[in-house]
Design a protein around this ligand. Structure first.
Ligand code: GDP
Length: 177
């Protein structure tokens, strides 16, 4: 008999409007690269990454919902079994920020988490490299405070602050495991 255990697998899902950079952010985190060809080349629904949290190996299964269209046609089983949900917007798009509440509600209804009030969300503002910013850090933080979520921002393109939101999502997800 072996003492080896399979590592804990945590499901993290990225949702938000199409074009905010969900795939790019996840691809940057897992593969340390930025590519506009992501959609065409990846051919899978999630990427896996091994990390260590408090000395424990954790397998992160990071799901990109690839826009609403395909997602809705699949129904919502994709949301189920999620340990932490990342709500992603583009800091240069107020509209994408305004959509987040709807995405959050939809996740809570369709994903059917055991404890909706205590379910962990991480909010992520992407594209901080852009100069035409429309959503201030202050505004984003204010909303996150209202919904009890942690806030992070960064840039998949410029490789800025990529790791922290995923680490936090893993920490919060582990508490749901
Ligand atoms: P998704 O639909 O949310 O998965 O978004 P994508 O990852 O497909 O990205 C949408 C577009 O935004 C693509 O043209 C990306 O190259 C671009 N993009 C993604 N991340 C960034 C970023 O951090 N900065 C900038 N300037 N563009 C980005």
């Amino acid at each position: 008999m072996s003492d080896r255990k399979d590592p804990v697998t945590l499901k993290i899902i990225l949702i938000g409007d199409s074009g905010v950079g969900k795939s790019s952010f996840m691809y940057r985190y897992v593969n340390h690269r930025f590519t506009n060809m992501y959609r065409a080349t990846i051919g899978t629904d999630f990427l896996s990454k091994m990390i260590t949290l408090d000395g424990e190996p954790i397998s992160l299964q990071i799901w990109d919902t690839a826009g609403t269209e395909r997602f809705q046609s699949l129904g919502m089983p994709l949301y189920r079994g999620t340990h932490c949900c990342m709500l992603v917007f583009d800091v240069a798009s107020s509209a994408s920020f305004c959509s987040l509440d709807g995405w959050r509600q939809e996740f809570l209804v369709q994903g059917e988490p055991e404890d909706p009030a205590g379910f962990p969300f991480v909010v992520l503002g992407n594209k901080t490299d852009l100069s035409n910013r429309e959503v201030s850090r202050r505004k984003a933080l204010q909303w996150c405070k209202e919904i009890g979520a942690d806030y992070f921002e960064g840039s998949a393109k410029e490789d800025l602050d990529i790791e922290k939101p995923f680490l936090r999502a893993a920490e919060l997800g582990l508490q749901q495991y």
